[in-house]
Design a protein around this ligand. Sequence first.
Ligand code: PGA
Length: 240
Amino acid sequence: MANWKMQLSLKESLELAKQYTKKVNSKKNEVVVCPDYAALPFLNPILKPFGFILGAQDCAAFAKGAYTGEVSPQNIKTLGAKYVILGHSERREHLHENSALINEKIKAALANKLVPVLCIGEKLEEKKAGMTRDYLLQELHHGLKGVKIKTVTDLVIAYEPIWAISTNKNAKPIFPAEADLIQKFIKEQAQKILKKSVRVLYGGSVNAVNAADFLNEANIDGLLIGGASLKLTEFSIITN
Ligand code: PGA
């Protein structure tokens, strides 16, 4: 899953999407491209014929109404997205999103047949204090409160330790074996809450060198990739 964040102009997004169709392998694994809202309708006709899947980076917590500036899950669905990233740590930090709002967004996404990708991850302070699992468990309980899914493919969780996200200070990826243990925990806890199993992605400083090591771990079902998804050669190595 490529998270382009707000890194590209519209022109750059279209250019990168076209390059993806030449170099990125969309057949071996499901490749989901998440551009910003503005690029979404333009990318659909470029990427869909090549088997790529589209995702949005956020959606409103409401179906419709007087919510200036928000984008409804229904419109995101209509524009061709299948997935929607929710609760990314950058939105929690810079846009002050809390777990209650993220929980509403998950429900709104599901009601519109979008697959929410709930992002959770601990800060460095929590990791240092040995609180990682407590923190993640709390995030799961708040984020998934009252959420109902029918099958394993209805919802995805992305484990992204905040200290490992490449744009954060002194970021470095977690060891794959450590991520695997934490993701096993996330899967077990999510199963208890949802009464269904779900897939768990890893995200945070994934690159062409370490991607295979993460994917070889039993509890890592996929990757959420920021920086490396903007570099064509890097991303094509990951997908090939
Ligand atoms: P990164 O970002 O791959 O650049 O660390 C991942 C993310 O924030 O989703």
